[in-house]
Write a protein that binds this ligand. Structure first.
Ligand code: GAR
Length: 200
């Protein structure tokens, strides 16, 4: 199963996926391409170092979302599963409907709390005692697709957004590769909003 990873920045989640693949923990998933919407980001260096095909599809070069998404789709021909790993662009039905239940996103909060950008900062500002990470199927809503897996992370006294995000990322680096493996193995399906997992 060919996996495409979409990134926008540092790529620590991409690195977790690459490391899992090296350890044999992503199979039958295999990372085929890494696409960044921003040039020059660390995630592209990580893909290059791992010998993976990596391309930039810069959203600024396209007049509208459909043209940007067509350019993404062209690079994703033949891909079975798509992982949004810190990809900070909203995808429309034009893109999402091509891959029903085959796109997952990782988000640094316990959704449906704190969707969108700066989720750890939102959690700190709200004063919650527990946040965490959510991996979910992508639909056309903002971080609103069916939830596959969540791990809670306590907010510690004195936490700022960076400290909380750092601890959340430790969990998401474990969780995301596990979910991608289960998706690649075709173990995940949906009944309405409920994600159902078939035993191995
Ligand atoms: C990750 O923590 C991911 O959950 C978050 O961006 C970070 C990217 O880090 N994504 C979102 O906030 C999506 N709404 P990375 O580039 O080091 O993987």
């Amino acid at each position: 199963m060919k996996v495409g990873v979409l990134v926008s920045g540092s790529g620590t989640n991409l690195q977790a996926l690459l490391d899992a693949e090296t350890r044999g923990e992503l199979a039958p998933g295999a990372i085929d391409v890494v696409i960044s919407n921003r040039p020059g980001v660390k995630a592209l260096e990580r893909a290059a170092a791992a010998g993976k095909r990596h391309v930039v599809v810069d959203h600024k070069h396209y007049t509208d979302r459909a043209a940007f998404e067509d350019a993404l789709l062209a690079q994703l021909a033949g891909i079975d599963v798509i992982v949004l790993a810190g990809f900070m662009r909203v995808l429309t039905h034009h893109f999402v409907n091509r891959f029903p239940l085959r796109i997952v996103n990782t988000h640094p909060s316990l959704l449906p709390a704190f969707p969108g950008v700066d989720a750890p900062a939102q959690a700190i500002a709200y004063g919650v005692k527990v946040s965490g990470v959510t991996v979910h199927f992508v639909d056309t809503s903002l971080d609103g697709g069916p939830i596959i897996a969540q791990v809670p992370v306590p907010v510690e006294p004195g936490d700022d957004a960076a400290a909380l995000h750092h601890r959340i990322q430790r969990e998401e680096h474990r969780l995301l590769p596990q979910v991608v493996q289960r998706l690649a193995a075709r173990r995940l399906s949906c009944e309405g909003r409920h994600v159902v997992e078939r035993a191995e």
